[in-house]
Design a protein around this ligand. Sequence first.
Ligand code: TXA
Ligand code: MG
Length: 340
Amino acid sequence: MPAETRAEDSSALRSDTLLAEAVARLVAGELVAFPTETVYGLGADAGDPAAVARIFARKGRPLDHPVIVHVASASALAHWALEIPPPAALLVRAFWPGPLTLILRRAIGVSDAVTGGQDTVGVRCPAHPLAQALLRACEQAGIHGLAAPSANRFGHVSPTTADHVRTEFGPDLLILDGGPAEVGIESTIVDVSGPAPRILRPGMISEAQLTAVLGCPLASGADAARPRVSGSLAAHYAPRTPLELVPASDLAGRLSELRAAEARVVVLSHELRLAGDQSEVLWLPMPALPEDYARVLYARLREADAAERDLVLVEALPGDPSWDALRDRLERAAVGSGGP
Ligand code: TXA
Ligand code: MG
């Protein structure tokens, strides 16, 4: 047998063993980190309140924040949701598996540990093949869904690689490595538990895509009666270094001010470097298309933090709706940055 084939066989064996180990840990009520196409998740058996409680302890997350339940397919929905209203059925058919979370009325028996005590539950069916393999193996073992927030400490930047997760939680956590996340920011969350569907968190599935499928506009504006979303806290997704958003036209001016103040700066910009810039500024180039930008954003924010400069300047994003979700994350990062 050629050496190459043997290497493939042994890595397939290794990943089968890891998957079996992951399921065994989940059945035992332990935590396992796994890849999804959006960001990595910190998973526990969603049917085991004590296991879900471990997620909160490990993340340092407030207990009343609900977590998303990840399922292998729409057929697992009956375990979690009381009903599938017609708009939910349309969205499931169009976008699952994929980066869309639905908020539905919870089924009887879904624990408060998952829902944060609310009468709704968030459910998502991820498309990543390793997430799918894990969820299917879990089903075989009697676990019908994995509760999983993003695998980062509360308020930190979400992880898009296995290394990011290791940096957040250390070596004892089992992490299934599925490579860098393809989407790169968290799923779009749509609340379909009320009279009209409403976006609770923008994501790379856009409002235009949702309305095209639903055939009607989404409810807009804040609704105090609707469920809480921890991602809706103003300060979220934040790097430790202070972060400032600057319109492209003001970037040169702001940089020369900062240079005069001897501030050490990282710049995230579409430009590789402004003409005439001779300074010690660290330039991190950002892609021109929103899908590519989303794929690298969190890794760049981590890189910017690791540079340990005084300030991260980010070139403000275009006003076009295709940038909505990214503008949302950067605005929150600006508010939450500079923390411990
Ligand atoms: O892409 C994603 O959604 C990733 C991957 C791992 O699936 N997960 C993620 O989880 O971003 P997390 O916990 O970091 O954010 C989930 C959001 C939170 O803002 C939470 O409040 C909201 O979903 N959520 C979950 N269940 C909810 C519910 N019943 N009502 C309202 N919001 C809910
Ligand atoms: Mg999160």
